[in-house]
Each structure stands twice: as C-alpha cells, then as structure tokens.
Design a protein around this ligand. Structure first.
Ligand SMILES: Nc1ncnc2c1ncn2[C@@H]1O[C@H](COP(=O)(O)OP(=O)(O)OP(=O)(O)O)[C@@H](O)[C@H]1O
Ligand SMILES: Nc1ncnc2c1ncn2[C@@H]1O[C@H](COP(=O)(O)OP(=O)(O)OP(=O)(O)O)[C@@H](O)[C@H]1O
Ligand SMILES: [Mg+2]
Ligand SMILES: [Mg+2]
Lengths: 164, 165, 165, 164
C-alpha cells in the first residue's frame, strides 16, 4: 500500500542521513522521491561529504560510492534487520581510515544480525569473532580451515582443519 | 534466528564435502584469489532459491555442478544444505532447527528438501518470505556490486526500498 | 616520447593550480578516498579530447569546472595542460616539446591550444592519431573498468583489437 | 584491411597465451574469433588456470578476471606499446601473491612505456620510481606532494611540497 511505502521511505531517509554522517564524519545525505505517482516514482540520492558542495553521486570517488552504498544498507538494516548478512569484499575500495569507520559501524548491528564477510583486509579480519581460511591446496578443489587472528603478530594462523 | 551450518558437496569448486559451522557475531572468510570464497556465497544464494544462472556467474545451471579438474572427473550432482537455528520462531515452522537442501543432478533433475522431507522450490521461498532473507534481498551482497546500489537507476533503487516496506 | 608535465587549474577538485612533473619509469599516485586521484586521470583524458561527460563521471561538461566548496566559490574556468617530450619525433610536429591545452569557461566556450597557439579540437586528436594515446585507447584504464575488458561482449572486444591493428 | 586485422589478431593471441601463463604461473588462454565475416566477428576468451578445467570466463573469480584483463592488456602493449599508460587501482582485487606477479610483469615494459599508477597497495608503491601523495588538507581542494618510499619502515613519507 502507498502509506506503508511512504512511511518506510521517510524512515530510511532519516536513517540514511544519520548513517552517512557517521561514515563520513559529517556532511549530509538525502533520498529524494521523483515527481509523480508515489507507487511508480524512482528515488534519487544527493550527498554532501563534509566541506564539499552538494553534488550528484556520479562525481563521487570509487571509495566514496562504496561508503554511501554501505550507509544506505545500514539505514535499511535498522528498519528491517536481516537475520544474517553476507558481504563479499565490500571493503575493497576503502582506505584504512574508512575501513575503520565501516567496522565500527558494523559493531552497532551485532546484537541484531549475524555477519559473514569475505575480505582481504587485515583490519576487517581483526574484528571477526571467527575466521575460515579458504584454500585450493589441491588445484581446483576448495577446502576450508578454521583460523584465528593473532593480535601479537597481526596475522592469521591455522587451527586444526574444520573438514575432518 | 541465525545461520548455524553450511554443507556443500559437488557444487562449483567444492569437489569434496565441506562443512562450515557459523556462530553469532562476525565470521570472516579469507584466502587467495580464485580459491572459492565467492563460491561459498553463491552456494547460499543457490540453496535459497536463486533461479538465474547469470546471478551465479554461470551460463546455465549445469555450471553449478563441479565440472572437474585436470586430476578429477566432473561431478554428477551438486548439493547444498543450509541449517538455521530457529529457536526464536522467526521461520513459520514449529521446528527448532530448520535445514533447507537443494540438489541438482547432471540429468537436469532438481530436488528440494526441508528438514530432509522433499518439498517444492516454492515451499523454500515461502518459508523465508518475510524474514529479509532471500535471493533478491540485500542480505547477500555480491562481490563488486556494492556501488551498484548507488549507481543504479532511480527506478531500481525503488525496488530496494519496496522490499523493506 | 613521454609525459613530462601536467598542469591543472579549476578542473574538478583542483581549485588551485597544481603542477606534476613526471619522469620515465613508474610514477605512483596515492592518497585517501575522495581526495582527487582519479580526477588526475580524468584531467588527462579530458585534455586529450574526451567529449563524453559520462566517461568523466559528470552529468554535463560544466561538471568539469570546480564547483566550489563550503569555503570557496565556484570557479569560472577549467584549464589543463599536458606537456610531452617529443625528442624521438613520435608526434608529427617539429617541436622537441609539445604542450596541449584545453580550457572550458562557465559560459560554455571551449579553447584548445598546441604549444600556446590556438587550434581546433580536431588538431589535438589528429596529433595523437597513431601514437596509441587518446581517449579510446587502452592507455587510460579507469577505476573499476579493468574487468570490463574481460566481461565485455565479444563484439566490443573486437574494438580493442582493431585499435591495435 | 582484413589481412592486417587477422595478422594482429594472431600476434595478440600468441602474446595473450604467453602473458597469461606468466600471470597465472601456468595454464593457457585462448582468443577465439567467432564464425562469420572476419571484419564483423566478435572475439571470445577461453581460459584454463593451472590445474583447473578449460572454462568460460564468467566463472572466474574477481581477482582472476582482473589478472586475465591485465594479461590481455600486456599482450596488446607488446604489439603496440603506448608511450604512457595510466592505470587506476588495477591491483585492487588482487591478493599479495598476484600483486607481486603484476608488478614483475610491469617491469618488463619499462623500457618501452612510462607508467602512472594509482594504488592503495604498499607492494605496488614499493616498485615506483617516484610517488605523488594526493591530499585534501583543505576539504574539497586537491593538492599534490612529492613523496618517497622508505624501504626500512615499509612506508611512504613526504618530501618538500611539489606545488610551490
Ligand atoms: N562448476 C565448477 N566446477 C569447478 N570449478 C568451478 C566451477 N565453477 C567455478 N569454479 C571455479 O571457482 C573459481 C572461482 O572461485 P571464486 O569466485 O569463489 O574465487 P574467490 O575466492 O572469490 O576469489 P577472489 O578473491 O579473486 O574474488 C574459478 O577459478 C573456477 O575455476
Ligand atoms: N567539479 C567539481 N568541483 C569540485 N569537486 C569535484 C568536482 N568534480 C568532482 N569533485 C570531487 O572530487 C571527488 C572525487 O575525487 P576522485 O574520484 O578523484 O577521488 P579518488 O582520490 O580517486 O578516491 P578513491 O580512492 O575513493 O577512488 C569527489 O568527492 C568530488 O567532490
Ligand atoms: Mg571473490
Ligand atoms: Mg579513484
């Protein structure tokens, strides 16, 4: 129904601005419904990173776009948390500072959702409760091993194999 | 509700049976390029009912079955089972644990099971209907698609919000 | 022939004049997200004659002019100059150094110069015609486009090879 | 003309297989011209990473696709080197081992081409002859500084500013 959609839209809009400000340390973000029938209209995104002018998202950088998308995802999770969420290298375009902001944001959702994250980034690995290493020791055949993050040498190490 | 276990065998590069136990909180998946990390996420998307091979990076569904290596013959069947802890009753069934299974044979024949009982594809998608889990939902964010949420056309962004409503 | 110098002013986030000297070999460009790294590559693509704003991540060419910050007003003109060392005579002109310049005013008026002499857009694209440099060539690989070479349709891949012939 | 195109196609095909084998430490790669008029036909890519079966490229992983694309680029550069080449975060999807293979491959071309590389990866920074740091010390305004890679502490440091 139209009312439910409009109500959800307003809530996501509010959450989006809040999570954007957390990801970017300031600035603002807006979801704008296009003119016309609310059951058909598309949704525009306009953002203003701190210190910059309001601009169309196509001018944003690769890393900024990934941050905006993550802020939008978190805005939606706040309204309708999904029981588990699988993120595949969502931190790839981010620099170290933004990976830190992303993982901090993630921590706010751990009471509501379970996360499974594929990553190459040591900072993201550090915040994981458990880690699976994936290998193709035999070429072309995938196996998984339980691993853990060793905070002393900032590296991962293997536990006894998981597949026995 | 949360994800407890994933069992994969004969699906994509999982020639041998692989079992992964998940806890609540955050589980990391790491490893070199091409070793099978995204295939883990494809296996979850597949068992939850994905019908488009393209969304699973294949040309046809037969690409989901292990097609062999230089040293191993191709497999005859792909099978994935996903087990949820349903103690909070989010899924509309009276079981404490819910295991969904999907199989595909080389012949093209498919099988679907809920807690080891044969069912139809529709029974699985109906099970997850209002849970926020499913192939179109934002709970499975594929590699490289994160900025598509932002770069999509205004009408496509609407779909994302409609799912939330 | 190699790239010696890039001078940018009023183009995208380059509010103030910026000058970059290049050597032969490999030059690295590093920095945090959103600071202007890809804008450097956009400035080179623009001065070499790019006519599509979309390829420069803008909605229209006016997006190429510095549009201001919270503390600064918008700029009135974008200007980029690219200087090549032409000692080996690869470019069909008798100069040892070749500098190409492109300007865009808020009014929409454009100017093109080779070694400070006004010319047309076509003169610049003709200059680089057989050199392997230019906006369509594979010498400017944008962010995120590397696997498009592979994921493109078979007919599109043909274009890449035709440029090589 | 058709002959020139076919001759180029054969050369690129040969180079592509060779540079693929270098990037993947083995295996093989093929460019296949589709049926029909050689002036119209599209080009298919079929690859076989070491130990794996021959397969369509859509099944490759994110990192493998980036490596195949890089191998194809290098195959083309061998035939028609471009005087300068600008690569924007081409190493982002690669793991450390593959970044190493990429930078080794790049070294083979330094006598023919000049490279400008945008990267967040320390291993790639290490092989640069000179480095420019880009900052927005004043929000929204881009500046560049000369930097150099310090091999002792595996980090970059600023030289006197370049823009004076
Ligand atoms: N049906 C199949 N049979 C056997 N192997 C397959 C099949 N489908 C895909 N693969 C293999 O899976 C590999 C890709 O795995 P995947 O995409 O999961 O890698 P990844 O770990 O995500 O790597 P990256 O870090 O580069 O993203 C390919 O190399 C391919 O050979
Ligand atoms: N006309 C303009 N005027 C002012 N600023 C602009 C203009 N066009 C783009 N920008 C700014 O440039 C920034 C993007 O820069 P760029 O894409 O070069 O970042 P980057 O350094 O490549 O980052 P990443 O590492 O995330 O790829 C945007 O934040 C945008 O605000
Ligand atoms: Mg992957
Ligand atoms: Mg960039």
């Amino acid at each position: 129904s139209v009312d439910l959609f409009l109500e959800t839209f307003e809530k996501v809009k509010e959450n989006f601005n809040r999570s954007f400000r957390r990801m970017f340390n300031g600035g603002r973000a807006e979801l704008i419904m296009e003119e016309g029938d609310p059951m058909e209209a598309g949704i525009e995104i306009v953002v203003q990173p701190p210190g910059k002018k309001l601009q169309h998202i196509s001018l944003l950088s690769g890393g900024e776009k990934a941050l905006v998308a993550t802020a939008l995802l978190f805005a939606i999770y706040e309204i309708k948390p999904c029981p588990f969420c699988f993120l595949d290298e969502i931190d790839a375009p981010l620099d170290d500072a933004n990976v830190g902001r992303f993982t901090n944001m993630l921590r706010n959702f751990l009471d509501r959702s379970q996360f499974i994250i594929i990553t190459h980034n040591k900072k993201t690995m550090e915040m994981c409760d458990s880690i699976y290493g994936v290998t193709m020791a035999e070429e072309g055949v995938t196996r998984l091993y339980s691993m853990q993050f060793n905070k002393k040498n900032n590296n991962v190490q293997t536990l006894p194999p998981a597949n026995e | 509700m949360y994800l407890r276990k994933l069992q994969v065998s004969g699906f994509k590069s999982f020639a041998d049976k692989v079992e992964v136990n998940f806890d609540k909180g955050v589980t990391g998946i790491i490893g070199p390029n091409g070793c099978g990390k995204s295939n883990v996420s494809d296996s979850i998307r597949w068992v939850l009912g994905e019908q488009s091979p393209r969304r699973l990076r294949g040309q046809g569904m037969a690409d989901m079955i292990f097609n062999g290596t230089v040293n191993r013959p191709a497999g005859g069947m792909a099978e994935v089972t996903l087990t949820f802890d349903n103690a909070d009753g989010l899924l509309p069934v009276s079981y404490r644990e819910v295991a969904v299974t999907r199989r595909l044979h080389r012949s093209g024949e498919s099988e679907y099971l809920i807690n080891n009982t044969k069912c139809r594809m529709k029974d699985i998608t109906d099970l997850f209907l209002d849970s926020g889990i499913g192939t179109s939902a934002y709970s499975l964010m594929e590699q490289g698609r994160v900025d598509q949420v932002v770069s999509a056309k205004p009408k496509d962004r609407r779909e994302l919000l409609e799912e939330t409503a």
